[in-house]
Design a protein around this ligand. Structure first.
Ligand SMILES: Nc1ncnc2c1ncn2[C@@H]1O[C@H](COP(=O)(O)OP(=O)(O)OP(=O)(O)O)[C@@H](O)[C@H]1O
Ligand SMILES: [Mg+2]
Length: 285
């Protein structure tokens, strides 16, 4: 396992350890209200990093919102705050009208490398969260089978993670996330390491899955076209300390095709704004 992989496995394990392990059906209200949230980190050496400037955002139940912004502007930090893994320095986040107080299986995180458990096989990974929420052996097998089928992984149940391609690993990660039936998915550059064709296929699969389950999704990416292909809205962040500086509504019909002229035009429009914003540069440390 690489260092970054083991960091996200640890983060995912941290999320699992601290998560309220009750069976949670998605609430009717899976909306998000971020009110003046900011985050400042202070390192052990006393170095202060203003990661996120006060940020306000409302996301409706079932909406697909993409975050775009320069590296280091606080996008992952904001996802960690929504997941309940970090505490904000100011402000409040409400999910389904309730203030977020720590992690919960109603909000699940997905990472760039999948953060799969290398000591478990494919089925074991998908069943892991189900075991944590107290599902019986039979229920786990049934739910896992459904997601193996849905993510086109039948035949790979007992493969080790290292025997899978990058795209298959991300499908396992998506299956593991959806299997516990969260109300919200927090996706941190989940397809960044994949080739263009695999990424394109997974866009279609995710779009289809989202349309049929209507989970609320927050999706972080550096890829403007990906954001336009998937999002109902695209929020553009400033350099660090990040704040939302532009918002684009994407009302193109679904399913979307990357070749669609309107999609290409919207991508160019957002790209131009992003380039201007990136020229600002980070706050000096
Ligand atoms: N736990 C932490 N302790 C100290 N500083 C942190 C911590 N987590 C993040 N930071 C700092 O906060 C800033 C924002 O980091 P974050 O990972 O949220 O950026 P990002 O927008 O996700 O970047 P990227 O696009 O490269 O993934 C960075 O300067 C980072 O060094
Ligand atoms: Mg990040």
């Amino acid at each position: 396992m690489s260092v970054s992989q083991s960091l996200s496995v640890n983060k995912f394990m941290g999320w699992l350890r601290t998560t309220t392990m009750t069976t949670v059906s998605p609430p009717q209200d899976a909306s998000l209200k971020i009110e003046g949230i900011s985050k400042t980190f202070v390192s052990q050496q006393g170095k202060v990093v203003h990661a996120l400037a006060p940020t306000t955002l409302a996301v409706s139940t079932g909406e697909f919102v993409c975050f775009l912004g320069p590296s280091g502007c606080g996008k992952s930090t904001l996802l960690s705050l929504i997941a309940g893994l970090e505490q904000p320095s100011s402000g409040q986040i409400k999910f389904g009208q309730q203030p977020i107080q720590g992690t919960n299986t109603d909000r699940v995180l997905l990472f760039q490398d999948g953060a799969l458990f290398p000591w478990l096989d494919v089925q074991g990974n998908i069943e892991f969260g189900l075991r944590q929420i107290g599902k019986s052996k039979e229920e786990r097998a049934e739910i896992a089978h459904k997601w193996l089928e849905r993510m086109n992984l039948i035949g790979f149940e007992h493969h080790n993670i290292h025997q899978l391609s990058g795209g298959m690993r991300q499908r396992v990660a998506i299956a593991r996330a959806f299997a516990i039936n969260p109300a919200m998915l927090l996706m941190d550059e989940p397809f960044a390491a994949l080739d263009a064709m695999t990424r394109d296929r997974l866009h279609h699969e995710l779009e289809h899955l989202w349309a049929s389950t209507r989970k609320t999704v927050i999706f972080v990416t550096h890829n403007v076209r990906e954001a336009v292909a998937l999002g109902d809205r695209v929020m553009v962040f400033s350099p660090r300390p990040g704040r939302i500086v532009a918002e684009f509504k994407v009302d193109l019909p679904r399913p979307r095709s990357l070749e669609n002229v309107a999609l290409v035009e919207k991508t160019a429009e957002i790209m131009a704004v992003l380039q201007q914003i990136m020229a600002e540069g980070d706050e000096p440390l």
